[in-house]
Design a protein around this ligand. Sequence first.
Ligand code: PMV
Length: 351
Amino acid sequence: MEEHFKLKDQVELKETLAAKWQAPSNIALVKYWGKHGMQLPANPSISFTLHACRTITSVKATKGKPGFSISYDGIAKPEFAPKIKAYLERIVDYCPWTANYYFDIDTHNTFPHSSGIASSASSMAALSACMMDFESELTATPLDYHKMSFLARLGSGSACRSLQGAAVLWGEHKDTSGSSNFYGVDKSELLHPVFQDFQDTILLVDKGEKVVSSTVGHDLMNGHAFAEARFEQAQENLTILKKALQEGDLDMFIKITESEALTLHAMMMTSHPYFILMKPQTLSIIEEIWAFRKQTQIPVCFTLDAGANVHMLYPSEHKTAVDELINNKLTRYCQNSHYICDQIGTGAKKC
Ligand code: PMV
């Protein structure tokens, strides 16, 4: 499969190239946790693509000695360099022309820098979109979204779900033909109308650096006592969730989504060494959401990524009621009362 993505034709290099793309973050419903080889997932996952939380990246490529510079809003960011260096070293096998260019990369995130929202998915997706834009120009061929996702995966696993479509499935799934460990596939066609304008309000409980990075967390699934059962469970949950997405079955959607979030954190708590990324406020918010759902029958649920922040997912028709809940009861658990209103989006776009 990797062979398929290696550009074998010689291309005629241009002196300079320029591209600007934006790519969104995404929120997993069935979670990817555990990997092997070169960023290959131990189990399949599916996510909603977000809209407001995005990275906008401009790249200027100049023919000559290979290398890169990286800045954020025009200000040099040497701390981002190791990730970009590793990324460029990984993609050169698949995009050999990159060895002939110096890349000036400038990025900007629409979400606050230290919000605890990982920018690796949106930033690696936006950078990969720029790279494939160049490859499309040099080869005079249409944009290859599967290869774009393939490259993004080499930068950060979940980034491969941030390129194309409102719902993206990544990883070989027993019940999904065309699913792949190498890239994400657009599954927007699954979405029942109730999901098409779904809201994601992100309650910012903890904006600090994570105590344990996701790289370390993924590694701890190697030899984890529950690993095999977990990977099998993700396969089953994905089958059930796909059906719920198709049928607009919100009860089943809630059951699987919340269970997946808690299972992700249960894996962290049962790793060796064990760790906890949730905070007391995370649990308070979960309890408030459960009480609100019971009382109002409004189908709002939560999910978590590898951190303490809480994503509230719900149909847009309930936005007013959920806003009220947030303002009356939930902002007290957020750092500086901060939260971000987002919703389901469609993927990367050229600017
Ligand atoms: O892409 P990574 O290595 O940052 O891992 C992301 C893992 C989770 O966000 C916890 C789950 C997921 O599927 O996005």
